[in-house]
Design a protein around this ligand. Structure first.
Ligand SMILES: NC(=O)c1ccc[n+]([C@@H]2O[C@H](COP(=O)([O-])OP(=O)(O)OC[C@H]3O[C@@H](n4cnc5c(N)ncnc54)[C@H](OP(=O)(O)O)[C@@H]3O)[C@@H](O)[C@H]2O)c1
Length: 437
């Protein structure tokens, strides 16, 4: 075989951020460099790495001369072709990326919050300058969902997309279900296993999943999604008995990130939901992620894998770097521009239709079930099943499931039920997603 490696052009990379994802991407490239260079027909060199604390020990060894604390040494270096922003957060990451684009550099990032909030502007600027801007690592870590939507499924009309896109919450829900752990114990276990951050707020409250589904919906429906319009509820209300009762009814509880086409609008939301045990998403356990897509031509499709972590996310970032370098070498950068060329509104949660599960404590005497059923009916919510659970001291715990109804109607029913003299307490209610695909 002839070795052409000396004829290959040298493409230089600069990193801003060299933490979990940055070092992961570096390792992925470094460990497989000869094959990677062969695949892209270019030699790669990491020219500069910007970090906050250069003295910090890192899982990969790099020449300390590469490290800097000044991001402009990356964005403004005329020899650097591709800037990899892997520091996270909106500012100063946004300013650094803008600077890099202004300086004619291609950008690779995994920054979900920034893309969800400012992606359209950044991508438009990159397209205007015929620069590549890739962000595969920003959603579901190692799962190649963005390129799947943008390239492989580009010819489809995407009808719906249901994702388990947060490993922390999926781990917590799995452990609460499988081992009967409380939320607090399951969270502590997730932290000990390295699946949850020290501050898990963004994961537990669903914000992380909301950023991700906003990004996926904007690609799927060709419209920017205003993140403030994405309804977002985390695990705050999920209780251990709900997981147990859901299973008895043939469901598990998952934190779903949902994007559905609704005529000229889109239904984009994040919340816990009962998922039928025979649906493929029900088998996605522990820290794993999956995205279940329905496309007009491809039909149903599910991608499954690790949604976070150094090497899985590093794999996505390294893939983006390779694709960018291929384009650089062949002079074909800026091919896949921002696809948000329509403006669709997000359906308000009050209008969204799902089924519902409700756990209600009532007086344990004749006529009470009929009264609660009447209140559901009076608000236009029809019942699917009723299950009487524990009963003591004249109080019965009843679990109801309903057929699909607009959320405003269900909330009105629950409000009326909570006011009824025969009702002790509406303990909890959770949405049910039975029609996924
Ligand atoms: N972790 C994951 O599994 C995962 C998965 C998907 C996407 N992401 C996204 O990837 C990005 C990076 O996440 P990460 O987990 O790798 O974060 P991380 O481990 O905290 O790393 C952040 C890096 O940025 C550097 N940094 C932070 N602020 C800086 C500043 N003002 N100036 C210069 N450098 C600065 C840090 O420097 P020091 O090292 O010196 O502190 C560190 O190297 C985020 O957008 C995140 O949402 C992460």
């Amino acid at each position: 075989m002839t070795d052409h490696s000396h004829d290959w052009p040298l493409v230089r990379l600069g990193f801003i951020g060299f933490g979990i994802v940055g070092t992961g991407a570096y390792r992925v490239l470094d460990e497989n460099l000869p094959a990677i260079q062969q695949k892209i027909g270019a030699r790669l060199e990491v020219k500069r790495i910007c970090v906050r604390s250069p003295e910090k020990p890192r899982p990969v060894q790099v020449d300390s001369a590469l490290l800097t604390t000044d991001a402009h040494e990356v964005t403004d270096d005329p020899e650097i072709d591709v800037v990899c922003e892997l520091m996270g957060g909106v500012e100063p990451a946004r300013s650094y990326i803008l600077r890099a684009l202004e300086k004619g550099k291609h950008v690779v990032t995994a920054n979900k919050e920034l893309i969800a909030r400012q992606g359209h502007g950044l991508l438009s600027l990159a397209a205007q300058k015929r620069l590549d801007f890739q962000f595969e690592g920003s959603v579901a870590g190692g799962i190649p969902i963005i390129n799947t939507l943008k390239v492989a499924l580009a010819a489809n009309r995407i009808e719906s997309l249901f994702g388990i896109v947060n490993g922390t919450t999926n781990y917590i829900l799995t452990r609460m279900g499988a081992a009967g752990l409380t939320f607090a114990d399951a969270l502590a276990e997730a932290q000990a296993q390295g699946f949850a951050e020290a501050d898990p707020t963004s994961d537990v409250y669903g914000y992380d999943a909301a950023y991700k589904i906003a990004i996926l919906a904007s690609i799927a429906f060709q419209s920017t999604v205003n993140i403030e319009e994405v309804f977002c509820e985390g695990l705050q209300r999920v209780d251990e008995p709900d997981i147990r009762y859901a299973r008895e009814l043939g469901f598990c509880i998952k934190l779903l990130a949902i994007a559905r086409a609704r005529g000229d609008r889109m239904d984009v939301r994040v919340h816990p939901a009962l998922v039928p045990l025979d649906h493929p998403l029900a088998s996605v356990a522990n820290e794993f992620n999956a995205v279940f897509i329905k496309g007009s031509a491809v039909g149903e499709l599910m991608l499954f894998g690790r949604g976070a972590g150094s090497l899985p996310t590093g794999s996505a970032v390294a893939g983006d770097i390779m694709e960018t370098v291929r384009n650089v070498v062949r002079g074909s950068t800026g091919r896949v521009a921002c696809t948000c060329f329509t403006r669709k509104e997000v359906v308000p949660i009050a209008e969204v239709e799902t089924g519902y599960y409700a756990r209600i404590r009532v007086e344990d005497r004749p006529g009470v079930l009929a009264e609660v059923a009447r209140l559901f009916g009076a608000n236009g919510v029809s019942l699917e099943s009723v299950l009487q659970k524990a009963s003591h001291a004249d109080v019965a715990e009843i679990v109801w499931t309903t057929h699909r109804a607009p959320e405003a109607r269900f909330r009105a029913a629950i409000e009326a039920i909570s006011q009824s003299p025969v009702v002790h307490e509406v303990c909890n209610w959770i949405r049910v997603e039975e029609e996924m695909g």
